[in-house]
Write a protein that binds this ligand. Structure first.
Ligand code: NAD
Length: 453
C-alpha cells in the first residue's frame, strides 16, 4: 500500500499525467475496458446482488460510458486556463487561473452501485490529471475482484491501482500522504474519513446518505407519481442513496396513491417479486436482517414477503407509521416504504427542517407556488419536482449532499472541477512599475483612497 502510494506520487511528479493527449487517451481506454469487461461486470453484479442485466447495464455501465463521453468531449475546454479581469491596481499584468491536478487521489466506494460509484469519481480524477487508488467495497467481493482484474489489465499501478479490503485496509490507506480523498458511503463512516483526513489536512469530498423524503400533495398527478415513486424506491431493491426513504402524502390522496403504487409494483415485478429476475436482492445477511426488522413498524399494506435463503424482501409499503418507529429513525436503504400523512404543507416543511439535511427530496404537485415554497424553505442536496432519481442522470447537474448528507459534488464538469486545484496567477509586467504600493510613496494614500475610498 505504502509502495503503491509512493510510486504513484513519484510518477505524478514526473509529469506524465498532465498533457491533454494523455488524459484523453486514458478516458478512451477506460471506455474500452468497460466494453471488454461488460460480461464479467454484469455477471459479478448478478452474483453479488442479483442485479438484472438491464438494471446493471443502465445504472452502472451506461452511466459510466456517458460520463466518459461528456469528459472526452469537453476536456480540452475545461483544461484551459481561465483569464480573469485586471483591476486598475494591476494595470500591465495578466491574471489567470490554471487548472492543476492535486496528485494522488483515493476513491473509497460503497457496495450498492459498486462499479459506478468506484469508477465515476475516477473518470473525473484522471480527466483532471491525477493518479488514483480505488478501494472498492468488501461487501460485493466478486465485483471488487473484477474491478481489480480489469484495472490491472488496462492501467499500470503507478497510474491507477485497486486495493481491496475492509475497514482496516481503508484506515491504513487513510494514513498515507494522499492529495485528495473521495468517499462515498454512510454518514458515520464519513465522519471517520473526515477526522482521519484532517490529521494531514487532506481535502475531501463526502458523498453520504440519510433519509430522503418524498412529498405528494393533493394536486399531484397521482397515477404518475405512484409509478415514478415505485420505480425510484424499488430499483436496486431500495439500496440507492437517493431512493425515496419515506413518503409524506396529503391525507386526501393517500388511499389513491397506495392503490396506484400497488398496481405498479405488480406491473414492474409481477405477482411474486421474490421470484422476479428483475428484482435485486439485499446485499448480505446482516443488511437483510436490518431491513427485515423494519417490517415490525406500522402496518404492512403492500408486500411484506421475505425469502431469507435468497436475501430477498418484496417491495413493501407500511402504513400507520410514526416518527417513534425504528423505520423512521434510520436510513432504510432497502425496499420498505413508510407512509406518513399530512394536512398542511407547513407541518412537512417544519418536520423535515428539524432533521439532518436530506441528500435528496422529491415533491409531487402541480401548483408552482407550492413547488417554489418547497424549494425555498428546505435545504437538501438535490432532487426532483414530479419525479424521483432523475436528477442524478443529467450530467449537467452537479450531484452531492449538504450538511449531514455530504460535502462537495461531482458528475460532468463538476467532477473535473472537484479533482482540480485552481491555481491563481498574476503575471506582472516588467515594462514599468507602479510606485504607489511601496513604503514612502507620496501618492500611495491618494491612490488607495481613489480606488477604495
Ligand atoms: P459504508 O460507509 O459502510 O462503507 C463505505 C466504504 O467505507 C467501504 O469501502 C468500506 O470498506 C469503508 N468503511 C466501512 N467502515 C469503515 C471504517 N470504520 N473506516 C474506514 N472505512 C470504512 O457504506 P456502505 O454500506 O458501503 O454504503 C451505504 C451507504 O452509502 C448509505 O448510507 C448510502 O446512503 C451511502 N451512499 C451514498 C451515495 C452518494 O452518492 N451520496 C451513494 C451510494 C451510497
Amino acid at each position: 500500500m505504502h509502495a503503491t502510494v509512493k510510486v504513484q506520487k513519484t510518477w505524478f511528479q514526473e509529469g506524465h499525467t498532465k498533457s491533454y493527449a494523455f488524459r484523453k487517451e486514458q478516458l478512451l481506454t477506460m471506455k474500452k475496458m468497460l466494453t471488454t469487461f461488460e460480461k464479467p461486470i454484469l455477471n459479478a453484479l448478478k452474483f453479488d446482488m442479483n442485479k438484472s442485466e438491464y438494471e446493471a447495464y443502465a445504472s452502472e455501465i451506461a452511466f459510466l460510458k456517458s460520463e466518459i463521453d461528456q469528459h472526452v468531449k469537453q476536456l480540452k475546454t475545461w483544461m484551459q486556463p481561465t483569464k480573469v479581469k485586471t483591476p486598475l491596481t494591476h494595470t500591465g499584468s495578466k491574471n489567470f487561473i490554471r487548472k492543476e491536478p492535486y496528485g494522488t487521489v483515493l476513491v473509497i466506494a460503497p457496495w450498492n452501485y459498486p462499479v459506478q460509484l468506484a469508477l465515476a469519481p475516477v473518470i473525473g480524477a484522471i480527466a483532471a490529471g491525477n493518479t488514483v487508488i480505488i478501494k472498492p467495497s468488501e461487501l460485493t467481493p466478486t465485483v471488487s475482484w473484477v474491478l481489480k482484474k480489469m484495472i490491472e489489465q488496462y492501467f499500470p499501478p503507478h497510474f491507477i491501482a485497486v486495493i481491496e479490503g475492509d475497514k482496516e485496509v481503508t484506515q491504513e490507506l487513510l494514513e498515507q500522504p494522499l492529495d485528495y480523498i473521495f468517499f462515498t458511503g454512510s454518514v458515520p463512516v464519513g465522519k471517520i474519513i473526515m477526522e482521519k483526513a484532517s490529521k494531514q489536512l487532506i481535502p475531501v469530498t463526502l458523498e453520504l446518505g440519510g433519509k430522503s423524503p418524498t412529498i405528494v400533495n393533493k394536486d399531484a398527478n397521482i397515477d404518475l407519481a405512484a409509478k415514478r415513486i415505485v420505480w425510484g424506491k424499488f430499483t436496486n431493491a431500495g439500496q440507492t442513496c437517493i431512493a425515496p426513504d419515506y413518503l409524506y402524502v396529503h391525507h386526501e390522496v393517500k388511499a389513491d396513491l397506495i392503490r396506484a403504487m400497488k398496481k405498479y409494483i405488480q406491473q414492474f415485478y409481477g405477482e411474486d417479486p421474490l421470484e422476479s429476475e428483475a428484482y435485486t436482492k439485499i446485499v448480505n445477511q446482516s443488511h437483510f436482517e436490518r431491513v427485515a426488522s423494519y417490517l415490525d413498524s406500522g402496518t404492512v399494506v403492500v408486500g411484506g414477503a421475505l425469502d431469507e435463503s435468497k436475501h430477498k424482501i418484496a417491495p413493501t409499503i407500511l402504513d400507520q407509521v410514526s416518527w417513534e418507529d425504528q423505520v423512521m429513525k434510520d436510513e432504510i436503504f432497502g425496499p420498505v416504504l413508510p407512509v406518513l400523512t399530512y394536512h398542511e404543507l407547513d407541518e412537512v416543511i417544519d418536520k423535515i427542517n428539524s432533521r439532518p439535511k436530506p441528500l435528496a427530496l422529491y415533491y409531487f404537485g402541480e401548483n408552482e407556488i407550492e413547488q417554489q415554497r418547497i424549494l425555498n424553505s428546505i435545504s437538501f442536496g438535490g432532487g426532483c419536482i414530479n419525479d424521483t432519481l432523475y436528477h442524478i442522470i443529467n450530467p449537467h447537474l452537479p450531484f452531492g449532499g449538504v450538511g449531514e448528507s455530504g460535502m462537495g459534488s461531482y458528475h460532468g464538469k463538476r467532477s473535473f472541477d472537484t479533482f482540480t486545484h485552481e491555481k491563481s496567477i498574476t503575471k506582472q509586467t516588467t515594462r514599468f512599475d507602479q510606485n504607489f504600493r511601496y513604503p514612502g510613496s507620496q501618492l500611495g494614500m491618494a491612490v488607495l483612497k481613489k480606488f477604495f475610498g
